[in-house]
Design a protein around this ligand. Sequence first.
Ligand code: PLP
Length: 374
Amino acid sequence: MKILPNRMDYGFLKYQREFEDKALEVLRSGWYVLGKEVSAFEENFAAYTGAKYCVSLANGLEALQIAVRLLGIGPGDEVIVQANTYIASVMGITMNGATPVFVEPDGYYQIDADMIESCITEKTKAVMVVHLYGLVADMERIGAICKKHGLKLIEDCAQSHGAGYHGKMTGTFGDVGCFSFYPSKNLGAFGDGGAIVTDDEALAKEVKIFRNYGSEKRYYNKVVGMNSRLDELQAGLLNVRLAHMEEITRERQEIAERYQERLNNDQITLPMPREGTETVWHQYVIRCDKRQELIDYLDQREIGTIIHYPIPPHLSEAYAYLGHRKGDFPIAEGYADSVLSIPMYCGMTEEEQEWVTDAVNRFQERGLREQGKI
Ligand SMILES: *Cc1c(COP(=O)(O)O)cnc(C)c1O
């Protein structure tokens, strides 16, 4: 049985008729940018998250970039961010000329709240939390630290649509929550998309102006902005998917529950949801010290896997100018060397999952096999 690490076609087929009807409706409407689908999506997504305002944008990176920018953060400022994130989080900071200050992750792959305060300097302006893999950071403690030190709190929720902490959704804890609707995200479009959510009316208004060349009224430009608009077609398709979001999330949670119950192998470390959090399992990430052996073993059984992410941003060529070296963040680097995402997607059958579970459970390190110890 051939199993891909992720499948986006299943997620389309499940609601195919609704997606096709909506696509035709938008195509026939004669209105393609900033129209009723975008307005409806912004209202629907704000209501879904529990935030007062949502402003849709072209993608998740620009959501981060614009959030950092409109919170007044720029050259000379520092933003604290976890060392094991996807590089886009960091780019959202550095595209504004600000400096990322990396912090090690905790045992849940999230920023280690215990290590934040020692990184605060007089230049620190904000903490950017990334709810990586759909797991959730320790928002209570991080919120208190930000308050105590007068720092802005930005949440990168590109992997955590619908995830919660003590019943409150990620994206609504700080000043601004940034989302991506890239097709493989839990709430995915059929192309690029993004949004910010906030309770700050003035900030929401500024983002709205900024995303449209800095103009509120056509051809009257207040600031030098960007073109970062979500289009009507994507907004329409997102409206369709958002209406099914509870079911979509539930399905991922059921797949994860089965993995949690059935995976059983001393060589493998399973992910662990933090107590009091609702996890949405953007990825199901295991760890294995003999990762390459495991990848090869699964590959022989036609099971695809992905490493999220093999190079932490501080060691990426793009950030050589920051002057970090291997060994600066040993926990993040250890994760980069051992994490592996096994198949997890909407529409995954029990049979497919059993195939993956059996294979992972049967994997044994080659050394042990060869010594006849197993
Ligand atoms: C996907 C992702 C982004 C970027 O979103 P795009 O829409 O692809 O620009 C940012 N941060 C994280 C954690 C992501 O997973």
